[in-house]
Design a protein around this ligand. Sequence first.
Ligand SMILES: CC(C)(COP(=O)(O)OP(=O)(O)OC[C@H]1O[C@@H](n2cnc3c(N)ncnc32)[C@H](O)[C@@H]1OP(=O)(O)O)[C@@H](O)C(=O)NCCC(=O)NCCS
Length: 143
Amino acid sequence: MKVRKYMAKDFSCLYEIEKSSFSDCWSSEGMKDELSQSYANYFVAEEDNKIIGFGGFYFFIDESEIVRIAVHKDNRGRGCGRAILIAMVDEAKSLGAKNIFLEVRESNVVARKLYESMGFISYNIREKYYEGIEDAVLYRRKL
Ligand SMILES: CC(C)(COP(=O)(O)OP(=O)(O)OC[C@H]1O[C@@H](n2cnc3c(N)ncnc32)[C@H](O)[C@@H]1OP(=O)(O)O)[C@@H](O)C(=O)NCCC(=O)NCCS
């Protein structure tokens, strides 16, 4: 498995993973628009010429924020999410970001364990942020 920067030819595979991973997934047009933004930095994980995961972060001036990370259901628990996160953290650092931020559903134990194992520290809660019901936990890692 290798992690590399997103290319336009990856779109349909990436979008399948998006749709099957998030209840509040982007529309296809919204996702295309997202991927074309100059501040958006997207990576894919590829194995045997197949896209099995992706992640993206925004970079503005000297800060960065992870907006997406997802691994295809059949490939979870094999180190792919961690590899994508490492690639994003390394890229944010090399672009000159001082911090990298993200937010996650309180109930998303798997993602939270991954972030915490990578040095992300929770610094705040956004109450009832998701569907007016579930809190968001805000994380930051200094770079
Ligand atoms: C979160 C996600 C990207 C993790 O990807 P992954 O490839 O399964 O994760 P990895 O195999 O790299 O595991 C990394 C760490 O996550 C945690 N983890 C992974 N699977 C876990 C499980 N079933 N239970 C608890 N923790 C788990 C562990 O801390 C693990 O580290 P370890 O292997 O050293 O113990 C993946 O589960 C996913 O796509 N989820 C749906 C989308 C999502 O919720 N994205 C995050 C939104 S903020």
